[in-house]
Design a protein around this ligand. Structure first.
Ligand code: ADP
Ligand code: MG
Length: 420
């Protein structure tokens, strides 16, 4: 071990109180402290924030962190401040600040106190800020949720496309891109748009060996089937995802009538009700939350035991994210999706109102979901292959954890062989 490594552990302990790096963190931190362009692909919860926070804290100058969500930025700034006696160590720069606050931020950056400056991409395009940042020491620019740069990602934000040209104005500063989006297509887009084909790439495995994947054909009896499934998991927490608010309300009611404690969650409910239902789920006052995809961002309940998709998701990326909320603690996590071609047609119809380019992408993503639902191969292998990851269906971790592997479908060719 060289002295560099020992130091990093010491700094990790000093700032975060952790005695070990998680996964690829240490290699990533080293790459960043060596001023290399760096690209980090890790699943949600993998510990991406620390990858740029630690190098920022131990280097000279201010690291700029671009992040799409103001609420998340505030949380991170508060968390960093709690690690230090100096509240100026981290700041957010956004449109909600008044003149006095902006001046304080600038003062702290100029005097070298500020190690992390969180900005929304639209703030970074402001001439005034760019001019100011040109004159100060920047350690690096971290772009969190970097998939926002790609139309193939699940959260495309056009402002992200301007980042590269703005960063260029700041001089020769390293760029760190971070995302939990594992598809090769999105990764390619990120590297291209940020003009960092030279980046050191760190990609963690996306395999979740404790999750069991299952697809069932959706029939008229889907509700009865769901009720039976949930009753078998009595006392356990789960999420049922539906496409529409109306369906969420319907299913929540059907479950309640059948003696399952469930609450609805969707963007049509007022904020107070949403917060209440979310808390009830977290506190285990109810077993099941029936929700649209509005539910789940930032939810960290470790013992969600099942995630049911009443309707198929619009991409495998979202399916992976949504099912990823099961079994965070490493325990049981059953992921059950109901599939019917009628639902696919419904989604296609939804999309037909959108601009052509968006439609093309939407259809292509949906076709992958169809292929996943209809495949007779290992679902884990299929999912990971979609994410550009080779999975050994014989010896890989969790290899037998899906319906196709447990109960192989009888293939037509196989029957022919038997007859001979
Ligand atoms: P991501 O952005 O990849 O989804 P976060 O950065 O939010 O993940 O981190 C997820 C959780 O992991 C946080 O609660 C964080 O405190 C924890 N964490 C990160 N690094 C470590 C570590 N080295 N040891 C223990 N916990 C860690
Ligand atoms: Mg994150």
């Amino acid at each position: 071990m060289n002295s560099n490594e020992i130091d990093l552990h010491k700094e990790l302990k000093k700032y975060f109180g952790f005695s070990q790096f998680k996964g690829l963190q240490e290699q990533v931190v080293k790459s960043i402290t060596q001023k290399k362009n760096t690209f980090v692909i890790m699943p949600t919860g993998g510990g991406k924030s620390l990858c740029y926070q630690l190098p920022a804290l131990i280097q000279k100058g201010t690291a700029i962190v671009v992040s799409p969500l103001i609420a998340l930025m505030k949380n991170q700034v508060d968390a960093i401040r709690s690690l230090s006696s100096e509240s100026g160590i981290a700041h957010v720069l956004n449109s909600s600040l008044n003149k006095t606050e902006i001046n304080q931020v600038k003062k702290d950056i100029t005097s070298g106190i500020t190690k992390l400056l969180y900005v929304a991409p639209e703030s970074l395009t402001k001439e005034e800020y760019v001019e100011f940042l040109k004159g100060v020491t920047i350690s690096f620019v971290a772009i969190d949720e970097a998939h926002c740069i790609s139309e193939w990602g699940h959260d495309f934000r056009p402002e992200y496309r301007n980042l590269r040209s703005i960063i260029k104005q700041l001089g020769d500063v390293p760029i760190i891109g971070l995302t939990a989006t594992a598809t090769p297509k999105v990764q390619e887009d990120i590297l291209k748009n940020l003009d960092m084909s030279d980046a050191a790439v760190f990609k963690a495995s996306f395999n979740r060996p404790n999750l069991f994947y299952e697809v069932r054909t959706k029939t008229k009896n889907v509700e009865a089937d769901i009720i039976r499934f949930i009753k078998q998991k009595k006392g356990k927490s789960g999420i049922v995802y539906c496409l529409s608010r109306k369906k969420v309300e319907e299913i929540a009611e059907v479950l309640q009538v059948n003696g399952i404690s469930a609450v609805p969650y969707h963007a049509g409910l007022d904020a107070k009700t949403r917060a209440k239902h979310q808390d009830m789920f977290l506190m285990e006052d109810v077993e099941v939350v029936v929700a649209t995809i509005a539910f789940g961002m930032g939810i960290d309940k470790p013992d969600v035991r099942f995630v049911i998709h009443h309707d198929i998701p619009k991409s495998l990326e979202s399916y992976y994210q949504e099912t990823g909320r099961a079994g965070r603690d490493g325990g049981e996590g059953h992921c059950l999706a109901y599939y019917s071609y009628k639902d696919v047609e419904k989604l296609e119809k939804f999309m037909s109102g959108k601009p052509v380019a968006e439609q093309d992408i939407g259809f292509a993503l949906l076709q992958e979901v169809v292929a996943y639902a209809e495949t007779s191969m290992s679902r884990r292998k299929f999912l990971l292959h979609y994410f550009g990851e080779e999975f050994d269906g014989e010896t890989g971790e969790g290899a037998d954890m899906d319906d196709n592997v447990r109960n192989p479908k009888v293939k037509v060719e196989a029957q022919d062989n038997v007859k001979k």
